[in-house]
Design a binder for this molecule. Structure first.
Ligand code: ATP
Length: 233
């Protein structure tokens, strides 16, 4: 209802009509970004992408949605338990305006389907515009997603250029390609570095590293933690 009213009033606002009745009663639909991931672990590339897209598109908030069971990955490798990944994402987003951590997929349980998540967001905010933010590597596999074409009916995809040259999405998909600055790093590379005891200071926040250390994730031990982040022993 509010969205319909806004659609009627928007042209009046654009043409500068001076007497728009009761404009103070009209609320602009929320613009919500949804950035889903395994976040195993979350790194500066994820955070930079979420913040840059939020600013570029004027999104009210970006939900960082931690996958419960990233079904496309969990068959090929062990995934860190969801509770630990959620704690790391909370640590990574702490104090960053406009980023909100969502445990909706963990609470729902089972395989994490973005279609179900967008439907839940729309059930809570029926007038919202939802933008599903993905790296171009992920977008390239869109047609393998559960109910991807129904998802395309209810959300706009925002594709962040990431190492993939040309990407053609199905024509039915409403998408925006964003050339925001990208920090090229991956969770795979981070897991490797952590296991090898290599430096990760430029790729992980201290707060995330503290969770990794406290939970002994990725083979991080006391010896490695002091070497990796330069803590005094
Ligand atoms: P992995 O290396 O384990 O596959 P990942 O680093 O790609 O993990 P995910 O949690 O799988 O991280 O990614 C969540 C989303 O973030 C995906 O849409 C992915 O394309 C995007 N993404 C990952 N790394 C970056 C990055 N450095 N810059 C921008 N987007 C990224």
């Amino acid at each position: 209802m509010r969205q319909r009213l806004w659609r009627l009033l928007k042209p009046l606002c654009r043409t500068g009509v001076s007497r728009v009745p009761d404009l103070h009663l009209v609320s602009v639909p929320l613009r919500i970004g949804l950035f889903g991931g395994t976040f195993d672990p979350p790194h500066v590339g994820h955070i930079a992408a979420a913040v840059n897209v939020r600013h570029a598109l004027g999104l009210d908030r970006v939900l960082m949605v931690v996958a419960n069971d990233p079904y496309q990955k969990s068959s090929s490798r062990d995934i860190t338990p969801a509770a630990a990944r959620l704690e790391m994402v909370r640590a990574a987003c702490e104090g960053i305006p406009g980023l909100e951590v969502s445990d909706v997929e963990i609470t729902r349980g089972g395989p994490s389907y973005t279609f179900d998540t967008v439907r839940e967001v729309l059930a809570e905010y029926p007038d919202a515009e939802v933008f599903v933010i993905v790296g171009s590597d992920t977008a390239g596999r869109l047609e393998t997603w559960h109910k991807w074409n129904e998802l395309a009916d209810i959300a706009t995809f925002v594709v962040i250029a990431r190492d993939v040259e040309e990407l053609t999405l199905p024509s039915a998909v409403n998408s925006i390609r964003m050339d925001v600055p990208v920090i090229e790093c991956s969770s795979t590379e981070l897991r490797r570095r952590l296991r090898a005891g290599e430096d990760t200071t430029h790729l992980l926040s201290r707060a995330v590293f503290n969770v990794i250390h406290a939970r002994n994730l990725y083979g991080v031990t006391d010896r490695r933690s002091t070497a990796s982040v330069g803590l005094s022993a």
